[in-house]
Design a protein around this ligand. Structure first.
Ligand SMILES: Cc1cc2nc3c(=O)[nH]c(=O)nc-3n(C[C@H](O)[C@H](O)[C@H](O)COP(=O)(O)OP(=O)(O)OC[C@H]3O[C@@H](n4cnc5c(N)ncnc54)[C@H](O)[C@@H]3O)c2cc1C
Length: 467
């Protein structure tokens, strides 16, 4: 496949002379790995990839794209490619991965390409924790721009609420500091509205004093799924905010990366992370153990630095499709639909994981006027993931996920932008926001990027009319 726009080698050479990082263009060795995303199902063919080394590189690349008539894409890891960067100048931030911690102020400054795992390591060394999500391989910045709900969500809330400031490069190549006091409109939009208004080069976030958790999974056979889901619904009603939990229907592939006792099996897992005293977490889990011995009880006290063990998300790149939604209730009808679509009987479901996270808690008390994030009153977050190693399987997972979500439609109360990707994210992200927030976000785009140069976001922001 060729790019829709070719840039001359001379102009790229001239740009290279102004950059610290490398430019990788079609035909160069390394182009095929530079254009890849963590999600291997994504195929994108940028006009060139800029491996940005610093903010000056990002600003230079944005100005170059404007002059060359190219759109701009940006990628830290490629966990959530909203619009493939076909024919665009793709700014890859993975080398801008600096993290510094101010232990006294309980803050961290995080560059655009840093992954949560690196942030976690640095902050835990200072006895502090960021509000990372389930996977340490996810980019900290884009996660935060979408809201950001992880294993401390009920107690400490949204990652977006922890952002104190952003450093950005705007579509006209300026660098701006963005906070409650400077460019406050942009600060509001970047906290939950995604990154389509300006390219974030770094952010400063608040940290929390969490070093030990009681976390893990109880594994039950999928045959008990209906009963486990009903017990889960009851159980969470009595849990304190220290306990963030989820319930996940898993159809585990017969692969070496899966523990042997789970390989090729369908199971239901009750997951959780309790950030209070471990013995309190243990006592709160006891009703499950009194009810029925699980196939495995993987809960134990652990350093927060090991929190990735709770979800055990894949670290290495995989081909997949993710979808999700806020669920307004866990009625019997919802639970039956989860079992119908989430448990695979002889290959009936191509989903690997169908998880409902219980997220009600601290995010509800965040300042509603301070951030564009629209989901503060939501309680239940559905995420469904299927593996898709071929285009045919990808199409099957997408079609199945769409049917699943149609079956749940009466109970869906909106989308969480971090849990939708690709075409669904482009076309349906507007369903995430109330009309007045949509209007305000569109006005921000018009103010900061009237020519729609930054082309990597949702359709209502980029103004695209093509899927
Ligand atoms: C395995 C897995 C686990 C996850 N767990 C959670 C979870 O627990 N909680 C949660 O809330 N979310 C979770 N997510 C969703 C995740 O937060 C989003 O996918 C997030 O957008 C990924 O960011 P990234 O930088 O890794 O990916 P990328 O694909 O690199 O970026 C994602 C989007 O942000 C844009 N972007 C990237 N960098 C910038 C920048 N510097 N400035 C402006 N825009 C930018 C990109 O153009 C793209 O549209 C998970 C996703 C996966 C795949």
């Amino acid at each position: 496949m060729t790019t829709s726009k070719q840039i001359s080698r001379e102009s790229l050479n001239a740009l290279q002379a102004r950059l610290q990082g490398a430019i990788i263009a079609p035909g160069d060795p390394g182009y095929d790995s530079a254009r890849m995303a963590w999600n291997l199902s994504v195929q994108q063919f940028p006009a060139a990839v800029i491996m940005a080394a610093d903010t000056a590189d990002v600003a230079e690349a944005v100005r170059f794209a404007r002059q060359a008539g190219l759109k701009v894409g940006v990628q830290a890891t490629g966990h959530n490619v909203i619009r493939p960067a076909d024919g665009s100048l793709l700014i890859n931030t993975s080398q801008m991965a600096g993290v510094s911690v101010d232990a006294a102020a309980r803050t961290a400054r995080i560059e655009a390409g840093a992954q949560w795992g690196a942030v976690l390591a640095k902050t835990q060394a200072a006895g502090l924790a960021p509000l990372l999500g389930s996977s340490p391989g996810v980019g900290a910045v884009a996660y935060t721009l979408g809201g950001g709900l992880g294993w401390l969500a009920r107690k400490y809330g949204l990652a977006a609420d922890t952002a104190r400031s952003f450093e950005v490069v705007t579509a006209d190549g300026r660098t701006l500091h963005v906070s409650q006091n400077e460019n406050a409109d942009l600060f509001w939009g970047l906290r939950g509205g995604g990154g389509g208004f300006a390219l974030v080069t770094a952010m400063e976030i608040d940290l929390f004093p969490v070093t030990t958790i009681f976390g893990g999974n109880l594994v039950y056979p999928a045959a008990l799924a209906g009963e486990v889901l009903r017990r889960y619904r009851e159980w969470i009603g009595s849990l304190p905010l220290e306990f963030t939990t989820s319930v996940a229907l898993m159809n585990l592939p017969p692969l070496p990366m899966v523990p042997e006792f789970l390989r090729g099996k369908s199971v239901i897992m009750v997951r959780g992370c309790h950030c209070g005293a471990p013995e309190e977490g243990q006592a709160l889990l006891q009703p499950w153990l009194d009810w029925q011995a699980p196939v495995a009880n993987l809960f134990h006290p652990m350093p927060f630095s090991d929190v990735a063990q709770v979800s055990n998300d894949p670290h290495d790149p995989v081909p997949g499709h993710t979808t999700g939604a806020w669920l307004r209730d866990l009625s019997d009808s919802v639970l039956d639909t989860l079992v119908e679509y989430g448990v695979s009987n002889n290959g009936s479901s191509p989903l690997v994981s169908t998880e409902v996270r219980h997220v009600a808690g601290a995010m509800a008390s965040g300042d509603r006027n301070a951030a564009a994030f629209p989901g503060r009153d939501q309680s239940f977050l559905l995420g469904a993931v299927g593996m898709a190693p071929t285009p045919e399987l990808h199409a099957r997972v997408v079609a199945f996920s769409n049917t699943f979500k149609r079956a749940l439609q009466p109970h869906i109360s909106g989308l969480y932008v971090n849990f939708v990707e690709g075409q669904e994210a482009r076309e349906a992200a507007a369903d995430s926001y109330p009309p007045e927030t949509l209007q305000r976000l569109a006005a921000l785009k018009a103010q900061y990027d009237p020519d729609h140069l930054l082309d990597y976001s949702y359709q209502f922001i980029t103004g695209h009319d093509v899927a």
